[in-house]
Write a protein that binds this ligand. Structure first.
Ligand code: B12
Ligand code: SF4
Length: 499
């Protein structure tokens, strides 16, 4: 079939859509203990079917080994979902696997936010002779924002659906953020647009009822949940959706638990508009507050956060959340090139102070991955000529080192001094959060050029080992900075995935 203009790069015909393994589960098959319904892939599948391009089946490596299949020759196309930069590594593993099974690369299509931001020439070097599926090819289609994934869920076995719905699912809510923080790889500098939340929520609730499931948890796709409240005239779309969520839950006798991300400034505006209370009534139990750079105004300016009084706003937001029975999450990206000993110490102190002051708050801290495909820094010509950039393109498994949760490493932080300082701060904060039992992000070990000495000093490693003891008590005492590369994969498989 000839490709029609505007459908370039989209799978066609009989299509197998593959959700690759979690990056630390590549190689020997591991059944994922915390699998999620791959909503982005289902959304794309629904769009492909409703526009008559493809008939779609799914293979989710979270639950099923790719080696179980022998029918690759039956498909005209194989689509692979790449959610974030680190997943380029696992998508590459999947690509190699498919080639090994005789799939011609010209039948392979890769889509998702991890690959959408690669330049065509970068993409072609990483995944030779395959197709880069761009979001715009799908979103240009009629009805894109109204898509409902109901029919795609029919394609999963009852057993698998039961597993997915027993875990947290994604609720398509909105996409787009009007701000443009340099490190952010999401759909930024664009106005917020809303999905068909009601249709998709009802689809999942109906399935759950059929399966006798009475509790559902959701993570909303919004980048800044209350962004609508920041405009001069709120559109009312958020309010409308909150009312709907509450109604759908109570009409169906299903207890809904939801969480989302927010900026502190929009949360504070939303309080005045009554939106936070409405969220609580709809079942929201947690908001993750973007705290990046809050410890020092110089950092806020460096990342173009668009807010220079963040710290005060965070404390006000956290206090309000706790007073109203909502758990505030500290979502902190730290360790950018502008960071110094002083700003990193301030960051650590601020996070610890917040954890101590707010007894229901949870910690989610990530050593910055300043350059990832799709963010503003990836476009910077200083980076594009750099050793890190070249290494990533030539050795795609190194994209593992761009995982949000991964310790700072020689790819993300070529300056060894800064790298060690960042990791010191990372393990100190994580250790404290572990001590308090309120941690939602977990540090993993990156690929190293030499050994663990390039990542951190002995004192930081002692703390890291204490954290690792929780997950790998049987071999943690064998770990040294020297043998860390040998234990890396084994240890990472034990560390819980980010939530
Ligand atoms: C929900 C979510 C999650 C959930 C996913 C659960 C689930 N059920 O899907 C959880 C919490 C598990 C998660 C985890 C991660 N996430 Co996440 N996540 C999101 C979030 C909030 C929404 C994504 C979503 O579902 N959107 C709705 C669907 C409909 O859209 P979509 O996924 O973008 O897919 C569309 C297209 O990309 C395309 N498409 C996707 N795949 C394919 C495949 C083919 C073949 C085709 C043709 C098209 C196609 O079609 C879809 C419809 O247009 C986004 C932020 C955002 N608002 O975008 C971050 C986001 C995508 N996540 C991100 C990252 C990095 C991660 C992690 C990789 C973090 C890490 N540790 O490094 C992890 C690990 C993932 C893993 N392997 O386990 C980044 C990606 C940034 C980047 N450019 O790299 C984002 C943008 C957050 C951010 N602000 O930076 N995430
Ligand atoms: S970090 Fe948050 S506020 Fe900044 S651009 Fe990304 S989504 Fe928007």
């Amino acid at each position: 079939m000839e490709l029609v203009v505007g459908q370039e790069g989209l799978p066609k015909g009989d299509t197998l859509m593959v959700h690759p393994p979690y990056v630390h589960y590549t190689g020997k098959f591991v059944k994922d203990g915390n699998p999620y319904l791959p909503v982005g892939l289902l959304y794309a599948g629904q769009q492909l079917e409703s526009s008559g391009l493809a008939n779609v089946q799914y293979h989710d490596v979270q639950l099923h080994d790719l080696r179980e299949r022998e029918d690759y020759a039956n498909f005209d196309s194989v689509g692979i979902n790449v959610m974030g930069a680190q997943n380029i590594a696992s998508a590459h593993w999947t690509y190699d696997f498919l080639l090994d099974r005789g799939v011609d690369p010209s039948r392979i299509y890769l889509g998702g936010q991890g690959v959408e931001g690669l330049f065509p020439e970068e993409f072609a070097k990483i995944f030779p002779n395959t197709h880069q599926s761009l979001r715009t090819s799908l979103s240009a289609k009629n009805g894109y924002w109204d898509t409902i994934i109901d029919r795609q869920m029919d394609k999963f076995s009852e057993k698998d659906l039961r597993t997915y719905l027993g875990n947290e699912s994604t609720l398509v809510f909105s996409q787009g953020c009007m701000f443009g923080c340099d490190f952010c790889g999401a759909q930024v500098k664009q106005s917020e647009r809303f999905y068909n939340t009601e249709g998709n929520l009802r689809a999942v609730v109906d399935r759950a009822k059929g399966l006798g499931i009475n509790n559902l948890s959701f993570y909303c796709t919004s980048l800044d949940f209350f962004q609508d409240a920041l405009g001069r005239d709120a559109s009312g779309k958020l309010e409308e959706r909150l009312e709907t969520i509450e109604r759908v839950g109570s009409e169906n006798g299903i207890k809904l638990r939801l969480r989302a991300l927010t900026r502190a400034d929009s949360y504070l505006k939303a309080i005045d508009l009554g939106l936070v209370n409405m969220s609580k009534d709809a079942g929201f139990y947690q908001f993750g507050f973007g705290a990046d750079g809050a410890a020092d105004v110089r950092l806020l300016k460096a990342i173009h956060k668009g807010d220079t009084r963040l710290e005060t706003k965070l404390f006000r937001g956290f206090q309000h959340a706790e007073d109203n029975g909502i758990s505030p999450e500290i979502l902190y990206v730290f360790g950018i090139p502008e960071d110094t000993d002083e700003t990193l110490a301030k960051t650590r102190d601020l996070c610890i102070e917040m954890l101590e002051q707010f007894g229901t708050s949870v910690y989610r801290g990530f050593p910055a991955k300043n350059e990832i495909p799709g963010n503003a820094n990836w476009l910077n010509h200083n980076f594009r000529g750099s050793n890190s950039h070249m290494r990533l393109i030539e050795e795609p498994r190194l994209f593992l080192n761009l995982g949000f949760e991964t310790l700072a490493n020689s790819v993300s932080h070529p300056d060894e001094k800064l790298r060690k300082k960042v990791n010191k701060c990372a393990v100190e904060m994580s250790h404290k959060a572990h001590e308090l039992g309120r941690v939602q992000s977990f540090l993993t070990v990156p690929l190293m050029d030499t050994d663990g000495h390039e990542l951190m000093d002995e004192a930081s490693f002692d703390l890291f080992r204490e954290i690792a003891r929780k997950y790998a008590p049987d071999f943690v005492d064998d770990l040294t900075l020297e043998n860390l590369p040998d234990y890396r994969a084994k240890l990472n498989r034990r560390i819980p995935k980010d939530k």
